[in-house]
Design a protein around this ligand. Structure first.
Ligand SMILES: Nc1nc2c(ncn2[C@@H]2O[C@H](COP(=O)(O)OP(=O)(O)OP(=O)(O)O)[C@@H](O)[C@H]2O)c(=O)[nH]1
Ligand SMILES: [Mg+2]
Length: 455
């Protein structure tokens, strides 16, 4: 059936950080200068940006894979690698960002609102930046970190002032076309409209937006027709206009029954009870329709509804209806701040990575110790395990953070398995707490080139 383009799964990857460079300065007759390897560049972020000219998520439906560029590696002579370019994805106002499990990450309302969905990896430090008084000529550099990656779900909840609801073919799209510059598809078969159309309407000095949402039928709440899916677009609107076909010749249908059916579906969706409503009785250019409209008006008014007989075809009654809508919009705006003013990020990512934890797991092969924490995991990612000096530097960092002590306290013994990092990212070590110390005795302090001693 219809493909909904207002919900897409986006596969994003931020750029990786560039690796740091290991290099030693060379000059004629000075065989051994200082370390001069530059830092790697930062990987680009993937960012969503609300753009008023973007109205659908169609682009992402067609090409859902998006990747920012990676940072360049550092180079000798203290040259840093260039940062990767951010990838900015333009999305419509009202885009909701969710995890694949449906957890809301951000709700993007208002032009210019942005949200980073994948952070680029940090560049690795070059050996120049790693040099210190203790470690004059590091023979290693840090690796760039991989950028974030994964799936996010984007869902569009149209932000409009007024939502037009009604049966298929009631004339909702015709109405939007008649009162705004929008040019939605109009046809005499049901479910012509599959995604909302937005139109901007001016009535006096009030400007507002109207959303034409796909048609509803009885049983939509059980998934009939297009189902209730698209009613999420009505959620954000401050007023509802029932567009009712007064000229329908379908058996079992008349304006009052149609209204009851649609109201029942809105109630099944829930949360829309407080929204003010008015009724537009459409197609009164058809002679019978005019009579029917006159007949039901009293009943509708008795229910507290304002009734506007209109014809999208001949444009009769449209001025009155537009002013009626403007009145509801003005009232709603006075009661609530304009949606443009809200910038909501519901769940910013946790940034605290100062600590770490050691947990013991008992496996058939003996105990295993899992070290989790932002810093240890990051340091492991930065380590070039083919370089002993880099591995030694990692051991020093972990030691300084207290990981060694914590492992001893947790009962780890030489030869036990230690995993740093979580899940698939974890790196497995055979823990050898004494070996490093022994190596230091033999080779001098790590990171020192003996030829540099005394300089
Ligand atoms: N006579 C008459 N026909 C109308 C009027 N308004 C719409 N129509 C016709 O009714 C049919 C349906 O119009 P649409 O605007 O596509 O209806 P819709 O409510 O958007 O329908 P869906 O998108 O399928 O939900 C088309 O053939 C229109 O030409 C009207 O005021 N008078
Ligand atoms: Mg339509």
């Amino acid at each position: 059936m219809a493909t909904f383009v207002d919900r897409v799964v986006l596969h994003v990857s931020a750029g990786d950080g560039g690796h740091g460079c290991t290099s030693v300065h060379r000059e004629k007759f000075k065989p051994l200068g200082g370390p001069d390897g530059g830092n790697g560049g930062r990987g680009g972020d993937v960012t969503l940006l609300v753009d008023p000219n973007t109205t659908t998520l169609l682009d992402y439906h067609h090409s859902p894979h998006r990747k920012a560029t990676s940072g360049r590696p550092g180079e000798g002579n203290n040259r840093s690698g260039a940062d990767g370019d951010d990838m900015v994805l333009l999305v419509p106002d009202g885009t909701v960002v969710m995890t694949p499990h449906g957890e809301v990450l951000a709700d993007l309302v208002g032009a210019g609102t942005s949200y980073v969905i994948a952070h680029g990896g940090h560049g690795g430090l070059g050996n120049a930046a790693l040099a210190s008084a203790r470690r004059k000529a590091p023979g290693f550099a840090l690796l760039g970190e991989p950028g974030d990656g994964g799936d996010v779900v984007l869902e569009l909840k149209t932000v409009a002032d007024v939502a037009l609801v009604g049966f298929p073919s009631a004339g909702k799209s015709s109405l939007v076309a008649a009162i705004s510059a929008a040019r939605p598809k109009i046809a005499d078969y049901p479910f012509t409209t599959l995604a909302p159309n937005l139109g901007v309407v001016e009535a006096g000095d009030v400007r507002f937006t109207v959303a034409d949402v796909p048609g509803l039928i009885p049983g939509a709440s059980q998934g009939k027709g297009l189902g209730l899916e698209f009613l999420r677009h009505v959620e954000r609107c401050s007023a509802i206009v029932h567009v009712i076909d007064a000229a329908t010749i379908e058996p079992g249908r008349d304006p009052l029954t149609d209204l009851d059916v649609i109201e029942a579906e809105l109630a099944a969706y829930g949360g829309l009870e407080g929204r003010p409503r008015i009724v537009a009785l459409n197609k009164v250019d058809v002679p019978d329709a005019q009579e029917i409209a006159a007949m039901v008006t009293d009943d509708l008014q008795a229910r507290g509804l304002r009734v506007y007989p209109i014809s999208a075809a001949t444009r009769s009654g449209l001025r009155e209806l537009s002013f009626g809508m403007a009145e509801l919009v003005t009232k709603a705006r006075a009661e609530a701040p304009a949606p443009e003013a809200t910038r909501i990020v519901l769940r910013p990512r946790a940034v605290d990575d100062s600590g770490f934890t050691v947990t013991r797991e008992d496996t058939p092969d003996g105990p295993r110790f899992v070290v989790t924490g932002g810093k240890p995991a990051r340091w492991v990612r930065q380590t070039d395990f083919s370089n002993d000096e880099a591995v030694g530097y990692l051991a020093d960092r972990l030691n300084r953070l207290g990981v060694e002590d914590a492992l001893v306290k947790a009962g780890a013994q030489a030869g036990d398995e230690v995993v740093i990092g979580e899940g698939e990212q974890g790196v497995l070590f055979d823990w050898e707490p004494t070996l490093q110390a022994g190596a230091e005795l033999l080779h001098g302090r790590r990171g020192t080139d003996l030829r540099l001693e005394g300089r």
